[in-house]
Design a protein around this ligand. Structure first.
Ligand SMILES: *[C@@H]1O[C@H](CO)[C@@H](O)[C@H](O)[C@H]1NC(C)=O
Ligand SMILES: *[C@@H]1O[C@H](CO)[C@@H](O)[C@H](O)[C@H]1NC(C)=O
Length: 380
């Protein structure tokens, strides 16, 4: 009897081990096949196009599934680089093809993600008509309307980033032109759509601020040398630059060491729009304690020349750091010592002046900040 019971128990235990083992195996394979890799989404650069029979001139007429891997709706054009529109030459930033979204047109793609994780999307867009254009990026239930301004590059192309938290294991990315222009063919060109998983960094005993070196951030296209715009009005819970908020009317630019001069590590932030371009983070502090906010101020080596000033704020305390830029790279370090007056201290950076690139008078640029650290000052 005893033995039988033991036997049963052993079998049950075996069965439960087996189930656990199988589910680990299943989970592992699930995990492998379902985890996304950072980079272009399927046909993310639109190099695969509609069949000739699905096109009328540049207009895609073959229905929702005409462009491989994408679902389209509304007035969508498939543009080949070098194509003319009136007297304007349409240039495609990467590869030979892009799409153009007319009024109320959209493109969609559903991707596998991991529920609960944060993701950022980076896409390259250019406006094509004189009007102010906007794009609505959404991964339901989240959405954001991004202004497409030419202020940041003279060729009109910019990479934009946006982020979301996955509510399920499927994410439907929608890029929609909410515009109602007179000319239905007016509307931004879209090329190169990529995603990247974000790993929100935590404060450490070496830095009370999160992501102080800006190393964690959106995907940067290796083939483009114009950085990535982090749009205005970005809250910290859905920021493509984890830990940081963009609390201003204009974007800040995320730059990479492969194409720019970066004070520390591989990434930094360029404050491209004077006082209209600010980044901030709220830090936990102990009232009455003295802290030191240290950071690097430099230039991105992008022909952004002149006298610059970065203003740093820690609550009500502030410091102005002048920096003379020759536009060839370089940086200096600065620090602001302050006594915290509340359990939360808002740390913020902005540039006092607007600056234009000396090689391109229509592009805004500005000082670079990096290696931002907040630590309590040891009492003597
Ligand atoms: C943007 O798109 C989302 C989802 O498609 C929608 O809920 C939201 O209202 C749109 N916003 C604007 C301003 O069009
Ligand atoms: C970068 O350019 C190379 C060569 O032109 C191309 O093979 C690659 O797909 C491009 N990468 C991206 C992310 O666009």
């Amino acid at each position: 009897m005893e033995e039988d019971k033991h036997q049963v128990e052993t079998e049950e235990a075996m069965a439960s081990y087996l189930i656990t083992f199988l589910s680990i195996l299943l989970f592992a394979s699930f995990h492998l096949s379902f985890s996304i890799t950072d980079g272009l989404v399927a046909n993310g650069n639109f190099e695969l196009g509609p069949k000739p029979s699905d096109m009328k001139g540049t207009v895609v007429i073959g229905g929702a599934r005409s462009i491989p891997e994408w679902e389209i709706s509304g007035f969508v054009e498939y543009i080949k680089s070098g194509q003319k529109q009136g007297d304007m030459l349409l240039v495609v930033p990467e590869g030979a093809f892009a799409v153009r979204l007319g009024n109320e047109a959209s493109i969609k793609q559903t991707i596998q993600v991991i529920k609960g994780m944060y993701y950022s999307i980076t896409f390259v867009a250019a406006r094509t008509c004189a009007q102010e254009e906007r794009l609505n990026i959404s991964v339901p239930p989240h959405s954001g309307v991004l202004p497409m301004q030419t202020l940041y590059s003279s060729n009109g192309f910019n990479a934009h980033a946006w982020a979301w938290k996955a509510q399920s294991s499927l994410a439907q990315i929608v890029i929609h032109n909410p515009g109602v222009e007179e000319d239905p063919a007016c509307g931004p060109l879209i090329d190169s759509v990529a995603i990247k998983a974000l790993y929100p960094p935590r404060p450490t005993n070496k830095n009370i601020l999160k992501n102080g070196g800006f190393e964690e951030g959106p995907y940067v296209f290796p083939n483009t040398s114009w950085g990535v715009l982090i749009p205005p009005n970005i809250e910290d819970d859905h920021s493509p630059l984890p830990g940081w908020m963009v609390e201003s009317l204009k974007a800040v630019k995320y730059i990479d060491s492969a194409h720019f001069s970066v004070p520390q590590g591989r990434r930094a932030v360029e404050l491209v729009a004077g006082k209209e371009s600010a980044i901030a983070q709220v830090a936990r502090t102990t009232p009455g304690t003295t802290y030191v906010l240290s950071f690097a101020v430099g230039d991105a080596s992008n022909s952004c020349e002149g006298s610059m000033i970065v203003e740093a704020f820690a609550g009500k305390d502030t410091i102005k750091v002048p920096y003379e830029s020759k536009g060839k790279g370089g940086f200096k370090r600065a620090a602001l010592k302050f006594e915290a007056v509340s359990p939360r201290t808002r740390i913020m950076f902005l540039s006092t002046f607007y600056t234009m690139r000396s090689d391109d008078y229509s592009s805004l640029c500005g000082p670079v900040i990096d290696d931002v650290k907040l630590l309590s000052a040891r009492k003597p």
